[in-house]
Design a protein around this ligand. Structure first.
Ligand code: GLU
Length: 421
């Protein structure tokens, strides 16, 4: 018997369990079912040793967590980050189970990670680490088993190494085993920006329902990676005013608006946004509590906690990253009446894009970019409306609880239908 208290700490896994048990209480789900859902079906830990450019051995730890496969093969990204832990990867794989279920994708939830600082490795070293990682887990990966994709600090180049090494070591020429690949390897143009497009789409929808539209609304975005950059681009196109941006080195804020393209050019040239001249310089923590209509934490998890949640001034929060608000922060926002659109809906554009790529690869087709874009938008808007309906049905609950209720119930139904546990 696993008591939820046993794992209560500040870790992302603990936060996810709290959120799951809250949904369980609201829906009156039995304890045994919640216990079963708390535990991933399989977690692989691998040692990755390569010969570094200096001739010395470099050793890293990597993981792949496969949380639940009731609805289909495991699906989710692989991140490269110095703070990756097994606990974090398990939590992220659980988030993927709910995300894929909410979006009605034929997938379970998976996630991988390697504990490393990509900026400290040469391209050759990164390639070797990526290839060794896939080699170590290749028996448990495949288009009908587990389909990895990009996540924090991984991109189409990493996916190209993955798929090539997978083919070389298994003999299966199965391009659908990975998504987020370069276009020449069966990738889709839309996948590059689909997460950001999805964040912008959901932000617009939420603003129309909860504020008086998106036009001229000020938006602070924490982050400037693939997700946050494209979210900023699409939100600007939709009429919003981006007033804050950040990266791991620092944040910039200008209440009169920031030119996203100029910041991008600046970052490409100087390596960071933090010294951008036409804005006030501040820390990431300070950025989160600046005046704005909409706040999009789009970088890493656990950045809004019970300590800074009371100071957040935004009228609407959209979770771009996975798990940026802790369960306690959820409670504070609920008390304060600040709506939070959850990660499992807000950032699902990436995996919906991945789904289109996977389905295309399996059918030997290539969907036109415009059609793929429309499909992502309509799938996400439908999920938003479904969440909203559940929100009205549940009464005194927040949007995360509403979205998770739909997702968790779907997973439980599939588990029951399969006669499993
Ligand atoms: N890493 C992304 C996420 O967290 C995308 C996963 C995928 O495309 O499989 O949703």
């Amino acid at each position: 018997m696993i008591e939820v208290q046993e794992v209560l700490s500040s870790s992302l896994y603990a936060q996810q369990l709290k959120k799951l048990y809250h949904v369980g209480n609201v829906l009156g789900l039995p304890q045994d079912v919640l216990e079963s859902l708390s535990i991933p079906e399989r977690v692989l830990q691998v040692k990755i040793s390569i010969k570094g450019d200096d001739g010395k051995i470099k050793t890293f730890l990597g993981w792949r967590s496969q949380h639940n496969s009731a609805l289909g093969p495991y699906k989710g990204g692989v991140r490269y980050h110095p703070n990756v832990t097994q606990d974090e990867v398990i939590a992220l794989s659980m988030i993927m189970t709910w995300k894929n279920s909410l979006l009605l994708l034929p997938y379970g939830g998976g996630k991988g990670g390697i504990k490393l600082e990509p900026r400290k490795l040469s391209k050759r070293e990164l390639e070797e680490v990526s290839r060794k990682y896939v080699e170590s887990i290749n028996k448990y990966v495949g288009s009908e088993i587990d389909i990895p994709a990009p996540d924090v600090n991984t991109d189409s180049q990493v996916m190209a190494w993955f798929v090539d090494q997978y083919i070389k070591t298994t003999g299966k020429i199965d391009f659908a085993s990975f998504t987020g690949k370069p276009i020449d390897l069966g990738g889709l143009a839309v996948r590059e920006y689909s997460t950001g497009l999805g964040v912008a789409t959901i932000t617009k929808r939420a603003s129309e329902k909860l504020l008086d539209g998106l036009n001229d609304k000020t938006v602070v975005i924490q982050g400037f990676g693939n997700l946050s950059y494209y979210a900023a681009v699409f939100l600007s196109q939709m009429g919003a005013k981006i007033t804050g941006i950040s990266d791991s080195k620092g944040a910039i804020y200008n209440p009169n608006g920031i030119d996203v393209q100029k910041v991008k050019e600046y970052k490409d040239k100087n390596g960071s946004v933090s010294e951008y001249p036409d804005a006030k310089k501040m820390t990431n923590d300070e950025l989160l509590i600046q005046d704005c209509d909409i706040l999009i934490p789009g970088a890493i998890e656990n950045v809004i906690t019970k300590y800074n949640a009371p100071k957040v001034k935004a009228k609407l929060i959209v979770e771009g990253a996975n798990g940026p608000l802790t369960a306690d922060a959820d409670d504070v926002m609920k008390q304060r009446g600040v709506p939070v659109i959850p990660d499992i809906l807000a950032n699902s554009g990436g995996v919906v894009g991945s789904y289109i790529e996977w389905a295309n690869n399996r059918m030997g087709q290539i969907m036109e970019e415009d059609e793929a874009k429309k499909l992502i938008i309509s799938r996400m808007e439908k999920a938003f409306d479904e969440m909203y309906k559940e929100y009205n049905k549940l009464g005194d609950q927040d949007f995360r609880t509403s979205a998770m209720a739909i997702a968790v119930e779907r997973v439980i139904k599939a588990m029951k239908a399969r006669g499993g546990n």
